[in-house]
Design a protein around this ligand. Structure first.
Ligand SMILES: C[S@@+](CC[C@H](N)C(=O)[O-])C[C@H]1O[C@@H](n2cnc3c(N)ncnc32)[C@H](O)[C@@H]1O
Length: 280
């Protein structure tokens, strides 16, 4: 088959699987042929060896995310390695990075922690933006720590980002001014799309029976440690329970932010920064 015929065949195969079948068919063919998309347009009458490509299309037909097939995901202006066992970074998390970057700049913060590093997306962007910033990034699972290491090496950020296997910030002993996290926050019984539930790691998605359990634990831990700032992503329906919770716990201020679809997507908490001796 020629390149044009191959793309038409794949587009048909993918029409019920993804929103942009032509686009994904082209991207996957470019990946299989180790060329860019312009090549496909320029040489659309050329015969192509598509044995590998058929396998990729079959995987995509079974709802495997494009990013796992090609082993890469875009975040901001960087390409990050990903594989099954690591969450594919989402565009909405770029909002969290921007908000944290504003605080770091305004408050002249030099030392932060990230809970749940995943592919390393958040820590890598912040380290790139602030070359003097030191980050301890934790994860409870081995695959994210392995993949984050690859990405940190790729962007030469070893000097700035230290990885630690840890539940939340339990193993972080150094002094920290701000904690950022995009933790798992989905309720255990929430029904997710096939490409997410069948391929992405449960540890990255589900936050407990209600969903906000880990978020609440993070709030408590950060307050207890006397850390001044906490920035987290959350679910669109978690504003009320989080607000009620922080009113009980006591914080200096909380501000919620929305994503581009105008849905509640996260919060920034400022604590008074005093170490809390009482049991929360
Ligand atoms: C939603 S993913 C976020 C990944 C990445 N930060 C991003 O935004 O793309 C959540 C991450 O938290 C990790 N995680 C889950 N429970 C944890 C815990 N108790 N302590 C530390 N990390 C945890 C998961 O393994 C997963 O990598």
């Amino acid at each position: 088959m020629t390149i044009r015929e191959t793309i038409n065949w794949a587009k048909e195969e993918l029409k019920d699987v993804c929103e942009r079948p032509q686009y994904e068919a082209e991207l996957l063919l470019a990946y299989a042929l180790k060329k860019d998309r312009t090549y496909l347009i320029m040489y659309d009458n050329t015969e192509a060896d598509i044995e590998e490509y058929r396998k990729y299309i079959q995987r995509r037909k079974e709802y495997e995310p494009y990013e796992y097939i090609v082993g890469e995901a875009s975040f901001y202006d960087v390409e990050l390695c990903v594989e099954q066992g690591v969450l594919i970074p989402r565009p909405e998390t770029e909002i969290l990075v921007d908000l944290v970057a504003n605080i770091i700049e305004k408050e002249k913060i030099t030392s932060i922690a990230e809970i749940g590093v995943g592919s390393g997306a958040i820590s890598i962007m912040l380290a790139k933006k602030f070359p003097s910033l030191k980050i301890v990034a934790t994860d409870i699972c081995d695959t994210p720590l392995k993949v984050a290491k690859l990405n940190i090496d790729k962007y030469n950020l070893n000097r700035q980002i230290e990885l630690k296997k840890s539940n939340l910030i339990d193993e972080v002993s150094r002094s920290i001014e701000l904690v950022v996290s995009n933790p798992p926050y989905i309720a255990d019984d929430f029904v997710l799309e096939s490409n997410v539930i069948e391929y992405e790691p449960k540890e990255a998605l589900f936050g407990g029976r209600i969903g906000d359990e880990l978020l609440k634990q993070i709030i408590l831990d950060v307050k207890k440690r006397g850390i001044k700032w906490l920035a987290c992503e959350m679910g669109y329906d978690q504003r009320e329970p989080i607000l009620t919770f922080v009113n009980e716990v006591g914080v200096q201020s909380i501000e919620f932010y929305k994503d581009l679809a105008k849905l509640d997507r996260g919060f920034i908490i400022q604590f008074n920064g005093e170490i809390d001796e009482k049991k929360l």
